[in-house]
Design a binder for this molecule. Structure first.
Ligand code: ZN
Length: 322
């Protein structure tokens, strides 16, 4: 993890160390520093730089706009809890399987022990794992939802994430509800070795079982969705949607360019490019997500009975005359 300054004043302190040359040039220096410094340098700051249009945005304004850039419309990564709040009808969310936590089976140590990393992530996010799953309603439609939170170890998939996806698919099949998955992930959690890679097969099998039982599933890939998550459960649902501009891929573009020794086409691994190539079914703006999901659920499973009354049996059975 990058070292994170405790508050935005740290940025100001760095500027204060610059030689004093009068008010105006100093202010310019500060602005250019903001513009060209990396986003990770000011995670808790008042301002951040849009990674798409490079505009400096007031963080509060970005949050009020559902984390969509007010300048270019880029869809920033949304923390899991915030996604639930913007997606699920108020007061209907019931979280499931919060008792599942990762086990450091390999005693894995890199820059620090894996067990410590899990503990820190749990403390920081107030979550037991990277995947939040539960049931709720979207505009009145009952759904089972699974959301990968990038803020918990990069939304990486280990045993617990795999197990929770499988449990969510089983719940959806048992209750006859659609399964809606949102992904943002760096891929498989390497700290768990082969056990993390095994989740790719496991989650695909769980979604296949849901499919065999007549269930319906949608995955919404959000920025960024990469690695073993793209290459497994995120790509095998009935419908695959994405948010605009989302980076979606398996290996990173630099690795691919180096391996192929070729220049990559413009827009490579972005949602719009993948829609054109047939990997996605649709790109849906965040502001239209709830309405679109509700429409797709109705299309797959029929409209909810309390919203649209079912016509009487006799009328429906009248044979067509043409
Ligand atoms: Zn922007």
């Amino acid at each position: 993890m990058a070292k994170q300054p405790k508050d935005p004043k740290d940025e100001a302190k760095q500027d204060a160390e610059a030689p004093e040359e009068g008010a105006e040039p100093r202010r310019e220096g500060r602005l250019s520093r903001l513009r060209f410094s990396k986003k990770k340098d000011m995670p808790g700051g008042l301002w951040l730089k849009c990674e798409s249009c490079s505009e400096v945005i007031f963080r509060k304004e970005l949050e009020e706009k559902g984390r969509v850039c007010p300048s270019c419309g880029f869809h920033f990564t949304v923390p899991g809890r915030e996604r639930i709040a913007m997606l699920i009808d108020e007061g209907t969310w019931e979280e499931l399987h919060t008792d599942l936590t990762a086990i450091d089976r390999l005693g894995f140590v890199d820059s620090s022990p894996y067990a410590d990393k899990i503990e820190r992530a749990m403390k920081r996010t107030g979550q037991s794992e990277a995947l939040l799953c539960g049931s709720g309603r979207i505009l009145g439609r009952e759904v089972v939802v699974a959301i990968l939170d990038f803020g918990f170890m990069g939304g990486s998939m280990g045993e617990v994430v795999g197990e929770k996806i499988a449990l969510a698919a089983e719940t959806a099949a048992r209750d006859g509800k659609p399964l809606i998955i949102f992904t943002s992930s760096g891929g498989a959690r390497m700290h768990e070795g082969i056990l993390s890679l095994m989740q790719m097969a496991k989650t695909c099998a769980a979604l296949d079982t849901l499919n065999q039982s007549g269930g319906f599933s949608i995955c919404v890939m959000t920025h960024p969705t990469t690695g073993g998550v793209t290459a497994s459960f995120a790509s095998v649902t009935d419908l695959i949607l994405a948010e605009p501009g989302a980076l979606i891929g398996f290996a990173g573009p630099r690795v691919i360019a180096t391996t192929l020794k070729q220049e990559l086409p413009p827009g490579f691994q972005r949602a719009e490019f993948l829609l054109e190539k047939g990997m996605l079914d649709a790109i849906v703006a965040r502001s239209e997500m709830r309405e679109t999901l509700a429409k797709l659920i109705d299309y797959a499973q029929g409209p909810p009975s309390e919203v649209v009354p079912t016509p009487p049996r006799a009328e429906r059975d009248v044979p067509a005359t043409h």
